[in-house]
Design a protein around this ligand. Structure first.
Ligand code: FAD
Length: 464
């Protein structure tokens, strides 16, 4: 069996490795760097920035831990070079793995010639186009930053999440357009780096897909750190003045402005369908991405699959990887128990936020009777010792249906967990395991937690 995989991000390269391990002949085509958005411009470089931000914040609060006499400077160019070194190290690791598994890595831009044939325009200028054929094709070409259709959006110097990773100095005033995951992460780290940060978000709350309770509290928490967040703010134009930008937005019918030295456009991402020649082979796609079957990632052309950001389902690195496994298993007729509907997500702000399963609002909309249990980090011993008590945890649990009501879930089944606070991205993993395995609250209460740990916040919520 031979498979062509287009795109070597976490959707493409992880699937390639697994396929090769299973004895499949794999051709992996990549037009940029191996590792994709995640490794080169997304998850990894941003988390390197987050670590710098955390160290800086730690130094600032050293006195409250009795450490005095610290005199430190901050060199932003070292933050960028450290980030580059981290990315290069990991990229080298992935390249090594691909070579070790005998995967044919083709450097160039792929497009469909026909349903089974791919033409690749090589990345090297002197190379000529090459053709590859295979039994199956998996498209994993990811996504690119979206922008707003407003005057000034394409002015030189308006940054995307890619460009901001390589700026030369910390802007004194940073305006972030978009209060989603990516916008808030940059708002949080640049606040730690010393910028005055304003976030403009169109929706009523930040993090539109997250639990509203969590979003409201996290907004307050980021506000306390000096990040100004304006929700219900519809940005209408950006102008370049002498040495600054003026961002105009409408809020409750009133026009308001923000002045900033740098502007980050973080209004979401769009599927990277552009160069694939999909229409010519009759492959179905919409503005959201390539249309696939929810369980198999199969497109309307049965031997072509689309995984990761390109199908627009869930723009997360681990979603891309697991969709890839599901697609490969389907191709090879292997049964698995992966439930793609239980997809954890994290926001690496300070404090972090994380979520898995259904939100309270979602359950209400679907008429599912639930009860919500809460606990707070201020009552968690470990959080108090760390001096990081801001945060809460909310468990969404299926409730006994009242007369005339029904529920597809077992009473007591854990349906969701939403939290923000220190290490929320790690803590959510336990809840993810429980939601995936359809555990009940009573079963969860029986599980012993080490003391003192941040994970006890889950136990406290369960017992609340
Ligand atoms: P990608 O990683 O985008 O890879 C696609 C690859 O395909 C690219 O390398 C591209 O060069 C290549 N390609 C495109 N077209 C062609 C073509 N025609 N021929 C050959 N190759 C092609 N997700 C998380 O889970 N956690 C995080 O903390 C997180 N942080 C993020 C921070 C930022 C700033 C950004 C932008 C994203 C972040 N994400 C995060 C999202 C995550 O990066 C994506 O969900 C993930 O990379 C999607 O993987 P993918 O394999 O679908 O696509």
């Amino acid at each position: 069996m031979k498979i062509i995989i287009i795109g070597a991000g976490p959707g493409g390269y992880e699937t390639a490795l697994l396929a090769a391990e299973r004895g499949v002949e794999v051709v992996l085509v990549e037009s940029g760097h191996v590792g994709g958005t995640c490794l080169n411009e997304g998850c990894i470089p941003t988390k390197s920035f987050c670590k710098n931000a955390e160290v800086l914040d730690g130094l600032r609060e050293a006195e409250s831990f009795g450490i005095t006499g610290l005199d430190f400077g901050f060199d932003f160019s070292s933050v960028v070079s450290r980030k580059n070194a981290v990315v290069e190290q990991l990229r080298g690791g992935v390249e090594g793995l691909l070579a070790h598994k005998n995967i044919t890595l083709v450097r160039g831009k792929a497009s469909f010639k026909d349903e089974h044939t791919i033409t690749v325009i090589p990345s090297e200028v002197e190379g000529s186009p090459q053709e590859y054929t295979a039994d199956y094709v998996i498209i994993a070409t990811g996504s690119v930053s979206a922008s707003l259709p407003i005057p000034g959006a394409d002015l030189p110097g308006i940054l995307t999440s890619k460009e901001i990773l390589d700026i030369e100095e910390v802007p004194q005033r940073l305006c972030v357009i978009g209060g989603g995951v990516i916008g808030l992460e940059f708002a949080s780290v640049f606040r730690s780096f010393g910028s005055e940060v304003t976030v403009l978000e169109y929706c009523k709350d930040i993090l539109p897909r997250f639990d509203t309770d969590l979003a409201k509290r996290l907004k307050q928490s980021l506000g306390k750190r000096g990040i100004e967040i304006n929700t219900q703010a519809q940005v209408t134009s950006i102008e370049k003045l002498d040495s600054e930008y003026r961002i105009t937005y409408l809020r409750k019918g009133k026009e308001e402005t923000v002045l900033a030295d740098k502007v980050l456009m973080a209004v979401g991402r769009k599927a990277n369908v552009g160069s694939l020649n999909l229409a010519d082979i009759g492959l179905e796609y919409t503005g959201r991405g390539i249309t696939v079957d929810d369980r198999t990632m199969q497109t309307n052309i049965p031997h072509i699959y689309a995984v990761g950001d390109i199908n627009g389902k869930m723009m997360l690195a681990h979603a891309a990887t697991f969709q890839g496994i599901v697609a490969l298993d389907h191709i090879m007729g292997i049964e698995n128990h992966i439930d793609l509907s239980v997809m954890p997500a994290a926001v690496f702000t300070s404090p972090e936020a994380a979520s898995v399963g259904m939100t309270e609002d979602e359950c209400k909309e679907k008429g599912i009777p639930v009860k919500c249990l809460k606990s707070f980090f201020r009552a968690n011993g470990k959080a108090v010792t760390m001096g990081q008590t801001d945060g809460f945890c909310k468990l969404v649990v299926a409730a006994q249906p009242k007369d005339g009501q029904s529920s597809p879930y077992m009473t007591g089944q854990l349906l969701g967990c939403h939290l923000y606070g220190p290490h929320a991205s790690d803590i959510v993993q336990e809840a993810c395991a429980l939601v995936t395995r359809k555990a009940t609250l009573e079963e969860f209460k029986d599980i012993i937690h080490t003391h003192p740990t941040l994970a006890e916040v889950l136990q406290s919520a369960a017992h609340s």
